[in-house]
Design a protein around this ligand. Structure first.
Ligand code: SAM
Length: 472
């Protein structure tokens, strides 16, 4: 039985409801009057239900898809402007006792090199990340209570926040570790993490159990209910995601939106971000072994539909996607991307030898952070290293109300410009610096509030003189 407010995974992600949704979407995929009314509703910028959004996903009429893309672009502009927040993943440990069949860290893989960063390694890795210009990290680890207990993760977070190197500082640590207990989520909250990210992988319970045949992750309910426990533990920024390619994308899309609706209904705040990873080649993993891979076209449509269905939720694209795909989906609603990423344990300091590889998956966008920043600026985006909301306590519904009150342009926009200025002063190549400074000049004019504009100009001037860490 479907029940959005239920605490039970099988009720808030009801298989029956998803099947009915897909049947409804199929029955209405050519129903122009209904499709138009759903697009009109999306224009109100209050989002769409999983059923409505599923109809748009099923609809194959090119002119309707074009309308959906145009609306996604407009909503992205209105809510996120032209800012793109930058981050990098940091792999702490690839020890893992799970059996995920798509991930090379699965416990039976005896071929992959197993590595775990010591606190000294972390200092070196984070120093290298700071030297690139990163301010925001997503830490990643396999699930292994002996090698990677919560105490280890907490110690790593503490170390990361403590490292100061030249003008560098990691100001926000997001965490992508396996589903855990309320007590552990409380400890992560106390360690001042940003977003807790956990990909559902697939919402299809039967497939989920086959894809996770062994280990604690096999438990579908424990995994699917993790975000409720995280919120109970006090974490109010959570990041959802599915691994596209494992199951039918239409099923996953409906499940993802139902999960977002559930969090909103129960906790009063939806997900902070949604990630859209696709399966990549990795050590002993061949993406061709999974039959549900999606084309770049469908991928772009999913991004656009996420944008119009959950306008207040950020969207993340990792370096699993190449430059061309990233360029295609950026205008459709992406708000965060990684740059200069390494998916190996210790990969920021030392290139790995052929027989000593610990990578989780092949990276498609291999450009340096400076190249990514340069590219974004040329495309008309503002690369942002901002972490202000989290540091000012604007998380969960407090961040949402900033969006809803239309104050983003007076807050996020100057913050983005100031953090870009810091990047340009401290880390950029001369060419990127030149381009970025011109962009900042132009974009300062787009701050609506005159007082904020004046203060932002003063702060930016201060950064040129060596001051750091201004924020609204
Ligand atoms: N062990 C944690 C967990 O179980 O959620 C941390 C997650 S793992 C380091 C990050 C994510 O990478 C996984 O949730 C999965 O979706 C994704 N991933 C695993 N194998 C992948 C592959 N071959 N290609 C692309 N993404 C993959």
């Amino acid at each position: 039985m479907y029940h959005v407010k239920s605490k039970k995974a099988e009720e808030f992600i009801s298989h029956e409801e998803i099947e009915k949704t897909l049947a409804y979407a199929d029955a209405n995929k050519d129903n122009i009057a209904l499709i138009d009314s759903i697009i009109e509703k999306a224009k109100l910028r209050k989002g769409l239900s999983h059923r409505e959004a599923s109809v748009l996903l099923a609809c194959e009429m090119p002119e309707k898809t074009a309308q959906i893309y145009a609306l996604a672009e407009q909503i992205k502009k209105d809510f996120y402007g032209n800012r793109i927040v930058m981050f990098a993943p940091l792999y702490l440990s690839n020890y893992c006792i799970n059996g995920c069949v798509y991930c090379p860290y699965h416990g039976k893989n005896k071929h992959i090199a197993r590595k775990k960063l010591t606190q000294e390694d972390i200092v070196r890795e984070v120093t290298a990340l700071q030297d690139m210009g990163h301010k925001r990290l997503a830490i990643e680890a396999g699930e292994d209570p002996v090698n990677n207990p919560i105490e280890y993760i907490l110690e790593c977070i503490k170390t990361i926040y403590s490292i100061r190197h030249k003008n560098g500082a990691i100001r926000r640590v997001n965490v992508n570790i396996a589903a855990t207990s309320v007590e552990n989520y409380r400890k992560l909250k106390e360690a001042e993490i940003g977003t807790y990210i956990l990909f559902q992988e697939t919402y299809h319970k039967e497939s989920y159990e086959k894809l996770h045949p062994t280990g604690p992750k096999h438990d579908y309910a424990y995994h699917t209910e993790a975000m409720d426990r995280a919120m109970e533990g006090g974490i109010d920024d959570v990041g959802l995601g599915v691994l596209f390619g494992l199951e039918l994308y239409r099923y996953e899309f409906a499940g993802l939106l139902m999960h977002a609706e559930h969090l909103e209904a129960v906790h009063g705040v939806g997900p902070h971000t949604i990630s859209v990873p696709r399966i990549k080649h990795a050590d002993d993993i061949d993406p061709a072994a999974f039959d549900n891979s999606i084309s770049d076209e469908i991928f772009a449509k999913l991004c656009a539909l996420i944008r119009i269905s959950v306008p207040y939720t950020g969207m993340i694209i990792s370096t699993r996607e190449n430059k061309e795909v990233r360029e295609k989906v950026l205008p459709l609603g992406v708000s965060q991307i990684s740059g200069g990423s390494r998916t190996s344990v210790g990969g920021y300091c030392e290139p790995e030898e052929e027989d000593d590889k610990s990578e989780q998956f092949d990276v498609s966008d291999k450009r340096s952070l400076d190249e990514v920043v340069n590219w974004l600026i040329r495309l008309g985006y503002i690369p942002s290293f901002c972490t202000a909301c989290y540091r000012e306590g604007r998380t969960g519904d407090r961040f949402m109300s900033l969006c809803k009150n239309g104050q983003i342009q007076n807050c996020c926009h100057p913050n983005a410009l100031m953090t870009l200025k810091e990047y340009l002063e401290d880390y950029a190549s001369p060419e990127t610096k030149e381009l970025g400074l011109q962009l900042i000049e132009r974009e300062l004019e787009n701050i609506p509030n005159e007082k904020v504009k004046k203060t932002a100009c003063e702060y930016i001037h201060g950064i040129a003189e060596g001051k750091r860490d201004f924020r609204f």
